[in-house]
Each structure stands twice: as C-alpha cells, then as structure tokens.
Design a protein around this ligand. Structure first.
Ligand code: PLP
Length: 374
C-alpha cells in the first residue's frame, strides 16, 4: 500500500494546480523589468495578489508577499518598523515560535490558555488593565491541537483598549473562516505550504494602510511597494495563488469530508485504546486535526514505528532541525509531562481518504500491541 501521509499541519501535499502554475512560471522574467518578460512575471504576481485581496476584501496593495509566515510574523511584530504605535505585546499562550520568538518587542506577555487550549479571555481582560496601546498576536487555530482561538472576542477587548490585533491564520486558512470580518483582526498572515502550495512563500494581509509597516524588514530594491525588498519568487507566488484559488473553491467541502474522517479516526483510537487522552476535544477544533496521547507509549518511538509501517504522523512536540522539544502548548494547557511526551498529532489534508483511515487504525493497533509487549 502507498504511504499514508497524515501530517498536513507540518506541510501539505503540493496540489497539482499549484505545481502546474509553478512550472508555467519558472521561466518568468524579473517582475521589476519593464520589458515583455518582466511584465509577464508581474502579471503572474498581480494575479495571485488579486485572488488574495478579493477573498480578504482588501485592496491589492494591502497584500505583501513574503517568504512565509515566519518572515511575515517578524515583519509585522517589529515596533521599530510599525506604522502603528504599540508599546506592549501580548501573545496567546500557544503561539508558534515565529511569533513567540520572532517579534521585536523587548518582551512579550503570554496570555494563559485554559485546559482545552483556548485563550483565557479573563486573563486577557486582566492584562489589558493599565496597558497603553497593546498589540495582541493571537493565532486563529493552533498547529499542535487544532484548537480554534476566540480571536473575535479577544479582538473586541483589545480594540476597546485602543490596541491592534495580529492574527496568525496559517493553520486556519482554507479550513475555517479566517476573514477580517470573522476574526476582527487588523493584520493576518498566511503560509502557502499549509494549503497545498509551495514552501517558502506566504503573505501578510493588512486591513488598512495605517497598520502596514512604515518601513520594510527586508530593505533593498523596493519591491512589494517598498514593503519587502528582494526579487520576487514568481513561481512560488504563482503556486500560492493557484493553491489559494483551489482552496477557496473546494475548501469547505474538503473540510466536511476530512472532519468526518478525523471523527472516525478519533473513534477508532478511543475504541482501540480507552486510555487515550485527546487534547482540546472539548473546544472547537480544526476539522482536520486530532491531537492525542496513548499514555505509557512515548511519542517518538510510536512515530518512528508508524513511519516504518508507512504512516507519517507527527509527535505533539515541536520538532525543528531534528531536535525535539517538549510541547510548550500542552504545558500551557496544564498537561503533565508524562502525558505530553506521548502526544501525537494527526493532521489530514486534501488527498486523504476513508481507506487510509481504516488502514491507519489497523496499523496503529499492530504497532501499539508490539510496543506494549516490549
Ligand atoms: N504559524 C503556524 C501556526 C504554523 O503552524 C507555522 C508552521 O508550522 C508557522 C506559523 C510558520 O510558517 P512558515 O513555515 O511559513 O514559516
């Protein structure tokens, strides 16, 4: 049987439409050139920008292409570059490292999560007292648990306090409504590879000019209307545009289908292992994500054993550069370390189907049995 790839929150499978758009754009010229080759490249970029701008209901100049969400976070969370004046940075307790470590404020004050992984709005209220011009960075949905954050409610509180809200919509894009209307955010950022586009490209989207950076993070050739220097990666932007268009057309149906598959897998896991602990199960979650632990079975061993059996899933802990760190998100939810070290994440994407769900249950049962015998 073909391998089963259940790790779409890490990166999703490249969509054929994105691949085709990229191949078609690989020979494009430099989008800053005035000749025909340059104008053709410019047209590809502006087409992708127009898709995003239209879907988010903003003017095209409010969409800035970047190398991905990490760069976008670094760009929009720099007080020295910002068009707005915010003195205090508040961040959700489960933010991705690109926010938690990528901002340029002296310090960030993390807002607590509740036991289900949702931002504690009472803690946010308390932190907003006596704060002048707060900036809140809050993700729309968590990458590890899939828990959907109360961005709308949080944004209303921050706006009442005269602040600005930046929302990491990376895991939400194409999965739930992460529009400016739905989130109430002032700035959103997204990443192409989580929706089946290429890696290394993303966008920051601004609700209005006043919340755009006054200066670029990457200075140089003045590309992206002076907001992001460097020759544009035309093929990657074209791939992002194609993936985004497909997600706009099919995302809602895809999520209904994947939500049913996720529920089935969750039921199979519970039937197999009644001791399983599902994280964030009482909170609204992304339809494609299931985070759980099988207590007593270390995640790293289980992930490696499943890999050998042809299944790609992720351990709940963050893994970068081959180094595994305990999950800060699960710690913020009060999950004890002995459970957290067994945390696994299944995240589904557009190519997944029911037979893969059935096969996964069989393989998990086999691997679990083998590990328990040892
Ligand atoms: N934010 C979230 C919630 C993510 O899951 C990720 C990637 O895992 C990022 C940001 C970083 O995205 P990129 O890979 O585009 O830098």
């Amino acid at each position: 049987m073909a391998r089963i790839y259940f790790d779409h929150n890490a990166t999703s499978t490249l969509r054929p439409a994105a691949r085709a758009a990229m191949i078609a754009a690989l020979d494009a010229g430099n989008a800053s050139s005035v000749h025909a080759e340059g104008r053709a490249a410019r047209a590809l970029i502006e087409t992708a920008r127009a898709h995003l701008a239209r879907a988010f209901g903003v003017k095209p100049e409010l969409v800035v292409f970047t190398s991905g969400a990490t760069e976008s976070a670094n760009m929009v969370l720099q007080p020295a570059l910002a068009g707005y004046a915010c003195e205090t940075l508040l961040i959700g307790g489960g933010e991705h490292p690109c926010v938690a470590a990528g901002h340029g404020f002296g310090a960030a004050s993390p807002v607590a999560l509740d036991a289900d992984g949702r931002l504690d709005l009472n803690d946010l209220r308390a932190r907003l007292v006596d704060v002048v011009t707060p900036l809140l960075a809050l993700q729309a949905a968590n990458n590890e648990t899939g828990v959907i954050q109360p961005v709308t409610e949080a944004a209303a509180l921050v706006h009442d306090a005269g602040g600005v809200v930046v929302c990491d919509a990376v895991q939400a894009l194409g999965r739930i409504d992460c529009s400016f209307e739905a989130t109430g955010a002032d700035v959103l950022f997204v990443s192409s590879h989580k929706i089946g586009g290429p890696k290394g490209v993303g966008a920051a989207i601004f609700s209005r000019r006043a919340v755009m950076p006054a200066q670029a993070l990457l200075r140089g050739g003045g590309q992206e209307r002076g907001k992001r220097g460097g020759t544009e990666n035309v093929a990657a932007i074209a791939g992002l545009g194609a993936a985004f268009q497909e997600v706009c057309a099919t995302g809602a149906d895809e999520m209904v289908r994947l939500g049913a598959l996720r529920d089935r897998i969750e039921a199979d896991v519970r039937a197999l292992a009644p001791e399983a602990v599902a994280f964030g199960a009482n909170a609204p979650r992304l339809p494609n994500t299931l985070a759980f632990a099988l207590p007593g079975l270390p995640a790293e061993t289980l992930v490696a054993a499943l890999d050998v059996e042809g299944v790609a899933i992720s351990s709940g802990s963050a893994c970068s550069s081959g180094k595994v760190a305990p999950s800060a998100v699960l710690a913020a939810m009060g999950i004890p370390p002995e459970i957290s070290r067994c945390a696994l994440r299944i995240s589904l994407g557009w190519p997944n189907n029911e037979p893969e769900g059935v096969a996964f249950a069989t393989i998990l049962a086999r691997v679990r049995h083998r590990m328990q015998r040892r």
